[in-house]
Each structure stands twice: as structure tokens, then as C-alpha cells.
Design a protein around this ligand. Sequence first.
Ligand code: SF4
Length: 361
Amino acid sequence: MARAEVNRAHAAADTPGPDRAPTPALLEVEDLSVFFAVEHGRLLRAVDEVSFSVGRGEVLGLVGESGCGKTTVAKCIVGQITPTTGTLLFEGRKLGSQRRAEDRRAIQMVFQDPYSSLNPRMSVRQVLRELLRVHHLVPSSGIERRCRELMDLVGLPADALDGLPSQFSGGQRQRIAIARALAVEPQVIIADEPVSALDVSVQATILRLFEDLNSRLGLTIVFISHNLAVVRRLSGRVAVMYLGRIVEEGDRESVFSDPRHPYTRALLGAAPRLHQTELARPSVKGEPPSPIDIPPGCPFHPRCPRAEAVCSADRPVLESVQTGAWHLAACHFRHEAALNAQGAMPLPEPEETSESAEEAP
Ligand code: SF4
């Protein structure tokens, strides 16, 4: 089934199945490609025909090594990068480069480094008040109360409103960045490696905050991470990217317990812990090819332990593996039970840490 058809099928889905995602789509990405011109007229294919959808209130984990294109996808969704080709839909409406104010507000991004995204000269109160005033979200008389509510939502005391970014710890700054995103009442948060720059001791507390916001506010979250342990904890559905493409996608348990793409197996074999700041090296030979010189056929074939002649000739498309769950893989041998014989590697659960690890502002 073509992916656009799959996305449309989401809207009509009442029950999950191998060709239907479990929830109607709120955000749809269809055949998204981002190419950059480089020297000698060649193209760097940062993102190549990526399609997925996210349902209202769903958490989708987007995982892959550094440089696989996941941040570029995120920047397209929030309008920071104009895609070369492809379509973005929000509530069924097309999102172009000129977006309506409510569409810009509806999709907010939380970045890896909260400090660089905060104005060092503005107190938390000034940041939030300005946003609330510009977007006319509450009457003037209600702005202070809303600022305090936002602090409460992200687990900070009301007196944190008086502080400057430099007065907070890394975890607290990330909470402030999340409060700023929530101030404009988004429906979707794109969280790009939001815990990877944080100290080990506070990563789990920020993950708990995202879980809490998802359940309390029904927020839809696209959670981008190199760390499979983090993605496993938060996400109901997972998409794995390699060289600008999605190579496997499915329900969390299906992907983690029954991976059907050799690259996913390699990532699972690396089994990173929550506190790792870099993706453990996947257990496959060689380096990822350059996105300027992508191999023909299956882009993973030069490194794949299962590759056969067909793999260097024909590019596999993302298709159902028919496990009975929502599960797609881009591999000619996605139906083989042998392919996943070693893939069902239980990941360690993320370590819990104490909230007290974060310093008071
Ligand atoms: Fe490996 Fe071939 Fe599958 Fe690509 S199509 S992942 S090269 S087995």
C-alpha cells in the first residue's frame, strides 16, 4: 500500500492492524524530501521520501544515528526548512512556507540545548508574558496567573518566574523551554533530543515531565532521539531512520521485540542506556555512506550482514511485515523469521532518578 494511502487509511481507522495506524492522523508527512546542492552540481539527500503520520495524543519516536535526517524532518514540520518536495498536513490542511498564525502556534519545537534557545537577558516572567501578550491568549489581567500555571505545569516553583536563564540548572532550563512552548497552547510538540544535553541525574525527570504532559494535556509528541531506551519509554510507535529514509516503523513492542530490518537489529544490539550521550556504535561493518553518494538498491546493503544480489539492484520500499500489529519495514527479507532471530533484545529500562537531583533555582 502506498504511504499516502496508508496515511489516508489512518483517518478511517477504528481498530489497529498491519495496514492501519491505531489513531486518526493529526499530523501527516507525505513523501517529504530535502535536498541541498553541493559542489559539482551534486545533491546531498538529507531527507528522501519520508512519510509518517501521528495521531492526536500519540507519541511517535523518531530514532537514528546522528546525520540520518531526523532533525531536518523536524525543522520542516515546524517551518524552519522548506522541503524540496512533499506535503505536510495538519488536521488535514496543507502546511506551506507561509503558515497561518494558529498553525504556527499549534506545532512547537523543544530543542536539545535549552540555554541557546532562551534569551539570557530576559527573566522567565518576561519571556512568558511577552508570548501571552503577542498571541492574545489570555486577557491582560490573567497573564500573571497563566505564568504561574505554566510554572506549575512544568514542575517549577512560582518564584522561578523572577530568574534569568543563567540562574538555572540544565534540567530547569529545559523545563522553562517546555513552559515557553506550552505558553502558546500547542497541539503538537516536536522534541529534538531534549534530554541528550542534560546531566544523567535529571534526564529521567524530564522524560517523566513529557509523559505527564502527554497524559494530562493530551499533547501529541514527536520525540526525536538517538537513544532507543528513551524512545522505548515514551513512544507508542517508533520510526527508525537511516540515510534520510525511514527503514522500519511500527508499534513500540512490535519493533523492539520483533525487529525486521537489519539496521534496527544493529541499533538494538548496541542497546544504549538512558544516560549515554552518544548512540552506541551499531554492530554493523563500516561507516554510513555519504548522503551525497547513496548506494543503489537498498542503501544499507554495503553494511548489511543479510544482503544478497537483489539488495544492490532493487530498492526495497516500506511495506507491511504482516505481524498482526502496525509494523512496516523496508527490506526484501522482512518476512523472514530468521532475520529477527537475534533481534529480540530486551533493552534495559531507563534508570529512575530523583527529582531532588535538580537544584532549586
Ligand atoms: Fe539488508 Fe537486503 Fe534487507 Fe537491505 S534489503 S536491509 S541489504 S537484507
